[in-house]
Design a binder for this molecule. Structure first.
Ligand code: ATP
Ligand code: MG
Ligand code: MG
Ligand code: MG
Length: 569
């Protein structure tokens, strides 16, 4: 590529709206341009990097035996109704109507679509195991899109879905994907950790998240000094010795059950009822094994999910309450789960800590509104009263009894799940097993945030002058810069020849033939993070050398052609 023919649009200004370094540098380097909240155009430069990530992901997935396909971004409502997620998925689901008033959503993930594909395409055990993946745009109507493409609304995800007849086979593929993810992130030059994760609302038996370590990360992860134990902090806290006891002590019930109206509860908690719009209802067991029903009524601008609620309420063995159970507990008062009915009686089995979160846990009216993947501190304020329950702190004993825990910040770039039969069962997907019986397959799902990785990589690879791309993600590997080419045609000839030679040798080079002054040219090349810079100048040519500098090196060195090619090859 000749830069004079490319669209490079860098900026000296540090954009005021950007809070973290990757967002700042992506804007300054002109990699992305904001269209609207959480929506970005990838410039030609940004796209080159995005494609590099995509390529690494695709090649490793292919090598691991997964098979690529491409699913639509728009998904029909009926499919989501089959799994109950049309209601349950929550506000992140962007719902759309076509001209015939038929309902659709913009896919935030594709379990329904792939299960639909599987039920019509997979008939026999002979077609299993199989792992389908696609790299496709997703949309999630995030409450707080921020940090540029790090938490966008429209983003690029690699999502894979595998189908199996036995638990062992699912476990084998899960391990295969776990190892593949390690290879992908290593190849991309990222410092990362795999951690145990909550399976949350998606359910299933096993789950790991892959985190790129960075101080700006929105998640906290805990890992042990004495073993391989690593978990996201929410899970570490749930598993930590003593956590349960501490939780039930804090969660001592104050009033069981309380018969109140929405208005009473609102008054008690100082909440504006008009702003209360969501609910989470759980049934589970308290610390003494007694069955309990807990209803969290959530203010409109906050969210809470079942994992958090169960933790706060000290519930074990919990699940989402069914509509029938909710009705039974609410005295079947019509209207309560419809629009807020101030006088509707609600029986809140409230506990002190839930009450203490008065700022956000109160009344609700939307049926089945549950959000998964909610992080404290980011999506919810940190309620003081429960801080010591949730937080695992640096130096705590590791839950496996080996060593102590360190806490680090992480950016979730990948997530693998064993889903079990949940989706296949709900959608009546079966295959014939060896004995000719219809069998519901087990599924695994495996996601990677392709576009988020671009930002995450910058969080780990930058300096005062800009981005320092890991080799595998660089838009080009070498920049050939010509100094004052107009003064001496030999300079531009030599630069062009070197550029041709590098590309012929399979080394991705870009020729900076824009005719900028050296200072401005070098500033751009450093800002956009090209790993290797070669300067072709009149003086260098006179002494038969090229000035070479690695992006991470403090000094340039003069190399003759052979030494230069050896260095770059
Ligand atoms: P998060 O906890 O950051 O909201 P998630 O757990 O909701 O992510 P998954 O459902 O596990 O996300 O999706 C798979 C991957 O997609 C994530 O590991 C992440 O890398 C990426 N991803 C999810 N949401 C976004 C987003 N809003 N913007 C960019 N990438 C995202
Ligand atoms: Mg998450
Ligand atoms: Mg999320
Ligand atoms: Mg996740």
């Amino acid at each position: 590529m000749r830069l004079s023919r490319f669209h490079l649009h860098t900026s000296k200004e540090t954009p005021a709206e950007a809070e973290i370094i990757s967002h700042k540098l992506m804007l300054k380097a002109g990699m992305i341009r904001k269209l609207a909240a959480g929506l970005y155009t990838w410039s030609p430069l940004g796209l080159r990097v995005l494609r590099k990530v995509e390529r690494a992901v695709r090649e490793e997935m292919d090598a691991a035996g997964a098979i690529e396909l491409l699913m639509p971004t728009i998904q029909p409502q009926e499919l989501w109704e089959e799994t109950g997620r049309w209601e349950k998925f929550g506000g992140q689901l962007l719902k759309i109507k076509d001209r015939k008033e038929a309902g659709y959503c913009y896919g935030p993930t594709a379990e329904e679509v792939i299960t639909d594909f599987a039920r019509s395409e997979l008939a026999s055990y002979k077609q299993l195991p199989v792992n389908f993946y696609n790299i496709q745009t997703k949309f999630r109507d995030e409450i707080r899109p921020r940090f540029g493409v790090m938490r966008a609304r429209e983003f690029l995800m690699k999502d894979a879905y595998s189908f199996h007849l036995t638990e062992e086979d699912l476990g084998r593929e899960y391990r295969n994907m776990y190892d593949t993810y390690g290879r992908i992130f290593q190849r991309l030059g990222l410092k990362f950790r795999a951690v145990f994760a909550d399976t949350g609302a998606i359910g299933g038996s096993a789950s790991h998240e892959f985190h790129v370590l960075a101080d700006s990360g929105e998640d906290a992860i805990a890992f042990s000094s004495g073993s391989d134990y690593a978990a996201n902090v929410e899970l570490a806290q749930a598993l930590a010795p003593g956590a349960r006891a501490a939780a039930s002590e804090q969660m001592r019930r104050i009033d069981t059950p309380v018969q109140k109206t929405c208005e009473d509860v609102a008054a008690l908690m100082g909440i504006d009822l008009a702003r209360t719009v969501k609910s989470v209802a759980l049934t589970g067991e308290d610390a003494d094994g007694q069955p309990q029903f807990v209803l969290a009524l959530v203010r409109g601008d906050h969210v809470v999910n079942e994992i958090k609620l169960a933790k706060l309420a000290g519930l074990g063995n919990y699940r989402l309450a069914t509509e029938g159970e909710i009705d039974a507990h609410l005295g079947s008062e019509p209207g309560f789960l419809g629009p807020v009915a101030p006088r509707a009686p609600i029986r809140v089995v409230a506990d002190r800590s839930v009450a203490a979160m008065a700022d956000f846990v109160v009344g609700a009216n939307e049926k089945g509104f549950h959000l998964a993947g909610v992080n404290w501190g980011r999506d919810l304020p940190e309620p003081d009263e429960v801080a010591d329950i949730r937080n695992v702190v640096e130096g705590d004993a590791s839950p496996d009894g080996q060593g102590t825990l360190s806490i680090a910040r992480g950016i979730e770039v990948g997530h693998v799940f064993q889903l079990g039969r949940k989706y296949a069962e709900a959608m009546q997907c079966t295959v014939l097993d060896e004995t000719g019986r219809a069998s519901v397959p087990l599924m695994g799902c495996y996601g990677i945030g392709v576009s988020r990785i671009v930002a995450a990589a910058i969080e780990q690879n930058f300096d005062a002058n800009g981005i320092v791309w890991p080799e595998a993600m660089a838009p080009w590997h070498v920049a050939v810069c010509m100094i004052n080419p107009k003064n001496d045609p030999a300079v531009s000839d030599a630069a062009q020849a070197l550029y041709d030679e590098l590309n012929a040798a399979g080394i991705e080079a870009v020729l900076d033939d824009r005719g900028l002054r050296p200072g401005a040219m070098f500033a751009d090349i450093e800002l956009i993070g090209i790993p290797h810079r070669v300067v072709v100048s009149e003086r260098g040519l006179a002494s038969g050398s090229f000035e070479y500098r690695h992006r991470r090196a403090s000094e340039a060195e003069n190399l003759d052609r052979a030494a230069l090619l050896a260095r770059l090859g």
